[in-house]
Design a binder for this molecule. Structure first.
Ligand code: FES
Length: 141
């Protein structure tokens, strides 16, 4: 049974489970800030469930590849859409700041603790601008 490591938590799930569902079923979320409510509910359209995944997961499908080409995402960010990613083995998942979780130049969100504010930091610069939409990973540094 695969184990998902996310923000200091360990969640066991069945092989082939959708990563977003695994996190939500464990009362966790791949969404930051307002995107916890304002998201496409797993259809692969909004891009707000983006996470960095290290481990055994399904390959990207055409829907996921397409969404990750559209700003504020960038194909070089090496992120996955949790709603399109199937857990195939043990995985470590990191969520970065920002409405879409695309602020990869920053540290990933810290482990959750009982006294920590579970509502993630969403800075004013989280909203995409024409300039930020043109950033490449090298620019984000
Ligand atoms: S929930 Fe919208 S793309 Fe994953």
């Amino acid at each position: 049974m695969p184990t998902v490591h996310f923000r200091g938590e360990e969640i066991e799930c069945r092989e082939g489970a959708t990563l977003r569902d695994v996190l939500l079923d464990a009362d966790l979320t791949p969404h930051n800030g307002k995107s916890k409510v304002l998201n496409c509910h797993g259809f692969g359209n909004c891009g707000t469930c983006a996470v960095k995944v290290d481990g055994e997961v399904s390959d990207k499908g055409i829907r996921e590849k397409g969404r990750l080409l559209v700003p504020p995402h960038h194909p070089n960010y090496d992120l996955r859409l949790a709603c399109q990613t199937k857990v195939m083995g043990d995985v470590t998942v990191e969520k970065y700041p920002g409405m879409w979780g695309t602020q990869i130049a920053k540290e990933p969100l810290p482990p959750l603790t009982d006294d920590a504010d579970a509502d993630d930091t969403v800075d004013a610069d989280d909203e995409p601008t024409a300039a930020s939409a043109d950033e490449t990973p090298a620019d984000a540094d």
